[in-house]
Design a protein around this ligand. Sequence first.
Ligand code: SF4
Length: 175
Amino acid sequence: MTTGRRAVLPAHLRADCAACTGLCCVVPPFDAQQGFGFDKPAHTPCPHLCGDFKCGIHADLVDRGFRGCTVFDCHGAGQRVSQQLFPGQDWRDSADTARQMFGAYERMRGLHDLMALLYTASVHVDDARLTAQLDAIEHQSKHTPPDQIDAAELKRTTMALLADPAIRAALQALR
Ligand code: SF4
């Protein structure tokens, strides 16, 4: 049963690179085998990241072996950290700022992925438990300091909910 909501993620769950400080180009490790051109350790800037946080090879990503960058989506975690949690701050300013911003991004990535999953499921399955879980995670992501959020527990409860027989059957019927 559909709810009539559009199956398009809301703006805060879609990456807005122009509002981010290039966190996805710095925080995660890269694996050349997964379409990121070369291996890179975590918390290290990609050498193609420019001073204005734009990509220096944006027009040639696929040809240069960075197909992974063209499909990656932080689901809004980058702008959440850059604009709301650390407004006006730059991870390049100090090691302490970098540590805090990177840690917040890693936690927000997990939460925003879960919210995107729940939102998509709630568009297609009319089950109040989905929207309740989505609202609970939204609330925590806005009102709880990132280092106090139990992301592992939120992931566990979300995955358990999505594995619920009624919800899973409804989602599988859409395929
Ligand atoms: S290639 Fe461009 S988009 Fe990909 S990580 Fe490097 S700077 Fe970011």
